[in-house]
Design a protein around this ligand. Structure first.
Ligand code: ISL
Length: 544
């Protein structure tokens, strides 16, 4: 299965922030259609669409109230069908986000459960408290208690929500839940969707509801991370649904190690095509993701090498809608933004695996320029603020923590041009546009021959045409304080990627004298030197 999508380059769209066609300040499907030529010009061939289903929007669409309908702000089912058809015309496939750990509390199933229908109560995880105590001591992903009273408090019943209160977890012990979800998947595959990015898929099956070992966050996780029950469900979904449509699946798998990732993608077992692992995204955190530490490039290199050598096929990504932007996080967003953004893109494409790009990454967009919590919409950030308050963390520190980690950093509207509204909207944007849109935007990049965008296009072309980049093995050549170098090798031919993470010129620890296949600087550097954030892809002349 893997081979079919292995060579794809995937572009993630966060519909709310991509392009607003009707001036209501919210991106929509017609906006996406209007940008398909642009997307096609990037050289990508799959779009991963974050949720567009009907939703009360507590978690921007990851709380679904109707899996078979489109969020009215985003358009209609007819718009969606047109998007599929127009994408197909350009040979672009679309994968949807499949959120099946939980629904919205406004989904009909949950409403009927609340109204007392036993059938639907059994769709969710509802447990009795014990003598005024909660059913267990678990934690939750959004920094709150995962148990919320279900119905009359006197009954001492609680429903489980690993995310927000408005995202009750589904009961995957119930075969009817399985049938409903399989039916929803068929519904979209029949329409022409190519597959799914499966949201937090490795937490769906809770093996036990016993108290968990105490952790700083997510106490109880050992009872639901990548359980045997989850493997079984994935195998059945593949057999009953996915294989029938030759559909593609990439799982968002939180806290997986290499062995778990191998199990989840093992061809014999037949579960997922590939997984998003998070270890490299955790290289600049202490314990939980809201507590950041100084970024040390060597730590990132170590994790990348570990996964490149440990797992045969990785998903290569540095950004998505849940993570701060890579520019500003792994490289400086100031003077050397352009060189840094290009180096990170070069690194991504040179790694072995399927490349995933998040909207705006191709022009080096930076973190949101938020000034206070009032400007942040993300529910997770607001919950973290509450939690930090209860821990007695005072304000300049709370804001510092949220400003750096908020998911809204990556959700600011796409910067298309320097005109008002950044070419994203003619109305009032739902989230503050980064004021740097005047200088960081697609239109400007299009008019610059050697900008980030043209570098990106060269990379997609190269990745598609180079067998070594697509299939070659990975070997680390050097991983120092600021310089990462690795080779890709196939049939005796070799390419070496050199990435400098330093904003100053440094001595090159490795020989860079071979043929330069691609670089983020116009001219060759002086022998033995690497300029700020220099990226080099070198062909080994001895192998030629
Ligand atoms: O901590 C994380 C990874 O280690 C998270 O960023 C994690 O990816 C996330 O909490 C799970 O994300 C997904 O499910 C959420 C939704 O809010 C996110 O946007 C989605 O990507 C609940 O559906």
């Amino acid at each position: 299965m893997l081979s079919k999508y292995k060579d794809s380059i995937v572009y993630q769209i966060y519909p709310r922030s991509f392009c607003d066609s009707d001036g209501d300040g919210v991106g929509d499907i017609r906006g996406i259609i209007s940008k398909l030529d642009y997307i096609s010009s990037l050289g990508v061939d799959v779009i991963w669409l974050s949720p567009v289903y009907k939703s009360p929007n507590d978690d921007n669409g990851y709380d679904i109230s109707d899996y078979k309908d489109i969020q009215p702000e985003f358009g209609t089912m007819a718009d969606f069908d047109e998007l599929l058809a127009e994408a197909k015309r350009r040979e672009i496939k679309i994968i949807m986000d499949l959120v099946i750990n939980h629904t919205s509390d406004e989904h009909e199933w949950f409403r009927r459960a609340k109204a007392g229908e036993e059938k639907y109560k059994n769709y969710y995880i509802i447990k009795k408290g014990k003598n005024g105590k909660l059913p267990n001591n678990w934690g939750n992903f959004f920094a709150e208690c995962p148990w919320e009273p279900f119905g009359d408090p006197a009954n001492e019943e609680y429903y489980l929500h690993l995310f927000s209160k408005k995202q009750p977890d589904l009961n995957w012990y119930n075969p009817e839940v399985y049938d409903e979800i399989a039916d929803i998947m068929r519904f979209w595959l029949e329409r022409g969707v190519a597959g799914f990015r499966c949201d937090v898929i490795n937490v769906i099956f809770k093996e036990s509801f016993a108290d968990g070992e105490k952790h700083l966050a997510l106490t109880g996780k050992e009872h639901y991370l990548s359980t045997e029950g989850c493997h079984k469900i994935l195998q059945s979904l593949r057999r009953d649904v996915m294989d029938k449509y030759e559909a593609f699946t990439v799982g968002e798998t939180v806290m997986v190690d290499i062995q778990k990732a191998k199990d989840l993608t093992d061809i014999e077992r037949g579960e997922l095509d590939m997984v998003f692992a998070f270890e490299h995204m955790e290289c600049d955190q202490i314990g939980v993701k809201w507590f950041k530490t100084r970024f040390k490039p060597k730590k990132l290199m170590k994790i990348l090498t570990k996964w490149q050598t440990g797992l045969d096929w990785n998903t290569c990504y540095l950004e998505n809608h849940d993570q701060p932007r890579s520019v500003g996080r792994f490289v400086d967003s100031g003077e050397h933004r352009e060189a840094g953004a290009k180096m990170l893109l070069g690194l991504l494409f040179a790694l072995r695996g399927t490349t995933y790009i998040y909207q705006g990454q191709e022009i080096g967009m930076t973190n949101g320029a938020f000034e206070s919590l009032d400007e942040i919409m993300d529910i997770e950030s607001h919950n973290v603020d509450k939690m930090a308050r209860t821990l007695g963390i005072i304000n300049p520190f709370r804001w510092h923590l949220i400003k750096r980690t908020s998911r809204d950093n990556a959700r600011t509207p796409m910067q298309w041009s320097a005109e008002d509204g950044a070419g994203f909207t003619k109305g009032a944007p739902w989230l503050k546009i980064n004021p740097n849109y005047k200088t960081v935007n697609v239109e400007k990049e299009e008019s610059t021959e050697d900008g980030i965008l043209s570098f990106f296009r060269r990379l997609t072309k190269l990745k598609k045409s180079s067998d070594i980049l697509r299939d070659g093995s990975f070997t680390e050549v050097y991983a120092g304080k600021n310089v990462y170098a690795f080779s890709r090798e196939l049939n005796g031919k070799k390419l070496i990627a050199v990435c400098s993470f330093s904003k100053k010129e440094v001595k090159s620890p490795i020989d860079t004298s071979g043929d330069i296949i691609l670089s983020n600087y116009e001219k060759r550097s002086a022998v033995g030197k690497l300029r700020p954030y220099e990226f080099l892809l070198i062909g080994d002349s001895r192998e030629k």
